[in-house]
Design a protein around this ligand. Structure first.
Ligand SMILES: [Mg+2]
Length: 432
C-alpha cells in the first residue's frame, strides 16, 4: 500500500529569517567610530567589507576567518594600518610604516592564489596555507605586515572597537518570519533550518535570535555534513604512521597503510569541497533516518540505500531561501523537475540579484515573493503540495570505482583502525 507522504520544509537562515547583512554593517559602523573620524568612516567601512571579502588572504597569514567571524580584534588592527586617516595612527605615527597601496595589492594577490589552489591534497588547512605561503612571491612583505598587525594588537583601543560592535549587534528575526514559524509549529509540517556555514557560528545566531524553540535538534549546517566523524580519527592515524615511519624506513606495510590513509583523507577533503552540491541530499537522508533530530545524524557517512529509502514514507519537500543559486538551485537539481517546491523570498543583501534567464529550464519552478507573508500563504495552500511528486532517493557517493581505490579499500579492511574499515566498507558497497 502507498504510504502517505510527509511534508517537509527546509528554511535558510541568513537573509531569510533575519537581515544579517544590514545588522552587521550597522554594528561595524559603531565599532569603526571608535577608530575613525566621521569624514573617514565611509572609506573605513568600505575597507572593512573588502577585508571580509578577501578573508582567505588573512587566513593564510594566520588570522581567523573574517567572513565567519566579523568581529575579531585583528580586523580592527588591520583596518587602521590599511586606512590612512584614523585616531590610532595619529597617536602612534611610528605604526604608519606600512606601504598601504602595495600591501592591499599583495593581499588581493594572495587571496586570488588561495582561490586558485586546489585543497584536495592530504593537508590540514594550517599545512595548506603554510605550503601556499611558502611559495608565494610576496611572502616576506606579507609576513612583515602580519607581524606589524600582531605588534599593535595589544593596544586596548581594538578591544574597545570589538566591544562597540558586540553592544550594537541587535539580533532580531523578521516579524513575518516568526509568525510563520509559530504557525508551522502548530501544523503537521516537519520543518528544519538548513544553512551554509560553520556550526558554532550558526548555532550562536539561532540562540541570539531566540529561535531554538522552533529548531531544537533540527539545525543542519554544511560544516557538519562536510566533516564526517571518521575524519578526525583518520587524520590522527595518518599522523601516527608519519611520525613512526622514520623508524621503519624499509617497511612496506607501513608505507601502504600510510598511502591508504592518505587516499581516504584525500577523499574526505574532496567530499568537503563538493559538499555544497551534496549537502541537501545528505540533509534529506538525515531527515529520513531521524525526522525528530537529524542534526547529529549529519556527521555520519552512512546514508540509506535505494531499497531502505523506498521502504520509508515518501517525502514532499519545500525549500525557502533568499538566493536562487545557493538555496534553491541545489534542491531543484537534486530532486528533478516537479519534485519539490522552491520559494525565493527577495530580501536582504541579495534581494536585487536577478532571477536566472528564461532559457534556464528550472526557472518556472521557483516562486518568488517580496514578503514572508506571501510565502506563508503559499506553503499553507494544500493545492501547491498536491501538485508535486515526492522527492526521489538521493545517491550520495558518486566517486567512480578505480583499480587504485580497490587496492586501498582492500588494504583498509586489513588495518586496525575502525573508522577506516567502516569507510572502506561503505565505499565498497557503494561502488558495486
Ligand atoms: Mg541566505
Amino acid at each position: 500500500m502507498q504510504q502517505k507522504a510527509k511534508s517537509i520544509i527546509f528554511i535558510d537562515l541568513d537573509h531569510t529569517l533575519l537581515d544579517n547583512f544590514d545588522l552587521r554593517l550597522s554594528a561595524a559602523r559603531h565599532a569603526l567610530q571608535v577608530l575613525f573620524p566621521e569624514h573617514a568612516l565611509e572609506e573605513a567601512l568600505s575597507n572593512y567589507s573588502t577585508i571580509i571579502d578577501h578573508t582567505y588572504a588573512f587566513e593564510a597569514l594566520g588570522f581567523s576567518s573574517f567572513s565567519h567571524y566579523w568581529n575579531p580584534i585583528e580586523i580592527y588592527a588591520i583596518l587602521v594600518l590599511l586606512t590612512n586617516d584614523n585616531y590610532f595612527i595619529k597617536a602612534h605615527p611610528e605604526a604608519a610604516a606600512i606601504a598601504v597601496q602595495s600591501t592591499w595589492a599583495d593581499l588581493v594577490n594572495l587571496d586570488r592564489t588561495v582561490h586558485r589552489a586546489s585543497r584536495s591534497s592530504f593537508l590540514s588547512d594550517k599545512d595548506f596555507f603554510a605550503a601556499l605561503l611558502h611559495v608565494h612571491e610576496d611572502k616576506d612583505r606579507l609576513k612583515t605586515f602580519a607581524d606589524h598587525v600582531k605588534r599593535i594588537l595589544p593596544d586596548p583601543v581594538f578591544r574597545e572597537a570589538q566591544q562597540a560592535y558586540r553592544q550594537n549587534l541587535a539580533w532580531k528575526p523578521l516579524d513575518d518570519a516568526i509568525q510563520f514559524l509559530r504557525r508551522l509549529q502548530e501544523s503537521d509540517f516537519l520543518f528544519y533550518l538548513v544553512t551554509e556555514g560553520l556550526a558554532p557560528v550558526q548555532l550562536e545566531k539561532v540562540s541570539l535570535l531566540g529561535l531554538q524553540e522552533f529548531f531544537d535538534g533540527r539545525i543542519l549546517v554544511t560544516q557538519a555534513a562536510a566533516e564526517p566523524r571518521e575524519a578526525a580519527e583518520i587524520l590522527q592515524a595518518a599522523q601516527n604512521i608519519i611520525s613512526e615511519r622514520g623508524q621503519f624506513p624499509a617497511d612496506e606495510e607501513s608505507s601502504l597503510d600510510y598511502l591508504t590513509l592518505a587516499f581516504f583523507h584525500g577523499l574526505i577533503r574532496k567530499w568537503a569541497d563538493k559538499c555544497n552540491r551534496q549537502f541537501y541530499g545528505r540533509v534529506l537522508h538525515a531527515v529520513q533516518i531521524n525526522p525528530a533530530a537529524p542534526q547529529e545524524r549529519l556527521h555520519e557517512v552512512e546514508v540509506l540505500s535505494r531499497e531502505e529509502w523506498l521502504a520509508r514514507p515518501p517525502i514532499k519537500l519545500a525549500m525557502i531561501g533568499d538566493r536562487y543559486d545557493k538555496d534553491l538551485l541545489p534542491v531543484l537539481e537534486l530532486c528533478g523537475k516537479e519534485k519539490s517546491i522552491t520559494l525565493r523570498v527577495r530580501q536582504g543583501k541579495y534581494k536585487s540579484v536577478p532571477h536566472p534567464q528564461q532559457s534556464d529550464t528550472w526557472r518556472s519552478l521557483t516562486v518568488s515573493f517580496e514578503e514572508f507573508s506571501q510565502v506563508e500563504a503559499f506553503v499553507f495552500d494544500p493545492k501547491n503540495w498536491e501538485a508535486i511528486d515526492p522527492v526521489p532517493w538521493a545517491k550520495i557517493f558518486d566517486e567512480p570505482p578505480s583499480i587504485q581505490s580497490a587496492i586501498y579499500i582492500d588494504r583498509a579492511k586489513k588495518m586496525g583502525v575502525p573508522s577506516v574499515q567502516k569507510l572502506a566498507r561503505i565505499l565498497e558497497n557503494e561502488q558495486r
